[in-house]
Design a protein. Structure first.
Length: 372
């Protein structure tokens, strides 16, 4: 957390570098910077985003998260998201499974819907703890609006590179329509002694389009394409602001991977204990999840782009880019089937999968869990 001195990221663990994309240059339409964004979004699907100008909002959101997690558990449980696939509200540690054996996660988080933040004091989806309400206008709403702006700018740049009609992807993320877009603040307790490969948050691909992530300690890992090894991603900023001040981590989720016929990459990732001496500390992260609005079909936009049509035609399993599900159904299925209560075995695990079965990658996962 801000203000607490934490140990640096160790240099004796496998670390995956990320391209650094300058948000201001992308916003200004700089084609070399958009090339870099394209490279990152198509190859690993993760990058650092610098100069996003949201540091003050991010800091305040971490405060909101801290105030919320300090509430008594029974107060937080009044706002638990439940087992039906809703993704808004509080999730207690242990409420989600990290594997098909039902091993439980160790993170707790609070998810605040974009729609509730923007409509407050009206309620669109649900109500939240007092600590959230107290900061909705001053903290959650400004963060939400800034994150939306950033995500829409990045999506707009990717849209044009995909050969889609200008504005097409942005139309599928209409701010005025209900969606599962949300902010999430996550806490993982100190993990000293926890095995380095025990997931705090199970392996997954993100459900939506773009994630705008801020973390302060290591623990996030990706499985790079074509490998079966987990690699750490260094935190977006160390607690003292070094070595990556003002950086976020951005990653592509399933919706953009599907819209683009697999050209944009939704990469598998997970969270484990922070490495080395960092494990002795609480781990906090903050994400804004930018997702298509409810009702948008998750299918390749092949009719709108020759590049996407060609990618689908060249795919080993072209059918997987027509999911038959809407963005909201996709998310609810995946959330529901990861709830500990619903984890009845490998079949339930399979039912909660997203694009992890992408044949280009994740060989270990493919071995572990047959593609559906
Ligand atoms: O905490 C992190 O660094 C990543 C969290 C994450 O992957 C998620 O919430 O989807
Ligand atoms: Fe994620």
């Amino acid at each position: 957390m801000p203000g607490v001195m934490l140990p640096p990221f160790p240099d004796d663990v496998p670390k995956h570098p990320l391209l650094v994309v300058d948000y201001q240059l992308v916003k200004a339409g700089d084609s070399a910077e958009i090339d870099k964004l394209w490279d990152a979004a198509t190859k690993l699907g993760f990058w650092y985003l610098k100069d996003h100008d949201a540091d003050a909002e991010v800091h305040a959101m971490f405060q909101m998260g801290k105030e919320t997690m300090q509430l008594p558990l029974d107060e937080k449980m009044k706002y638990e998201q439940g087992d039906e696939g809703s993704n808004f509200g509080y999730k207690a540690a242990g409420a989600s499974a990290v594997d098909s054996a039902g091993t439980v996660d160790s993170v707790e988080f609070i998810n605040v819907a974009k729609d509730d933040a923007l409509a407050y004091p009206s309620v669109v989806h649900r109500t939240y703890p007092q600590t959230v309400n107290a900061r909705i206008q001053s903290t959650v709403k400004p963060f939400t609006l800034k994150a939306i702006d950033i995500c829409n700018t990045l999506i707009g740049a990717l849209n044009d590179r995909l050969g889609l009609p200008h504005g097409k992807l942005n139309e599928l993320h209409c701010i005025d329509k209900p969606s599962f877009c949300q902010s999430r603040c996550t806490k993982n307790p100190p993990a000293r002694g926890v095995p380095a490969d025990k997931p705090a948050l199970g392996q997954h691909t993100d459900y939506g389009s773009l994630s705008f992530l801020h973390n302060r300690l290591g623990g996030l890992q990706v499985m790079p394409p074509g490998t079966s090894e987990w690699c750490y991603i260094e935190a977006s900023a160390a607690p003292d602001g070094q070595p990556l001040p003002g950086h976020a981590i951005c990653n592509v989720g399933d919706a953009l991977a599907l819209f683009s016929g697999g050209i944009l990459r939704s990469n598998l990732h997970r969270v484990v204990a922070p490495p080395g001496a960092q494990a002795a500390h609480e781990r906090w992260s903050l994400v804004y999840f930018h997702r298509p609005h409810n009702g948008v079909p998750l299918a390749a936009l092949a009719r709108d782009s020759a590049m996407i049509a060609d990618a689908v035609a060249a795919a080993a399993e072209p059918g997987k880019y027509s999911t038959g599900e809407t963005a909201d159904a996709w998310l609810m299925r995946r959330v529901r089937m990861r709830r500990t209560k619903n984890m009845t075995g490998p079949d339930a695990w399979r039912q909660g999968l997203g694009t992890e079965h992408d044949v280009r990658a994740q060989t270990a996962v493919a071995r572990e869990v047959p593609a559906y």
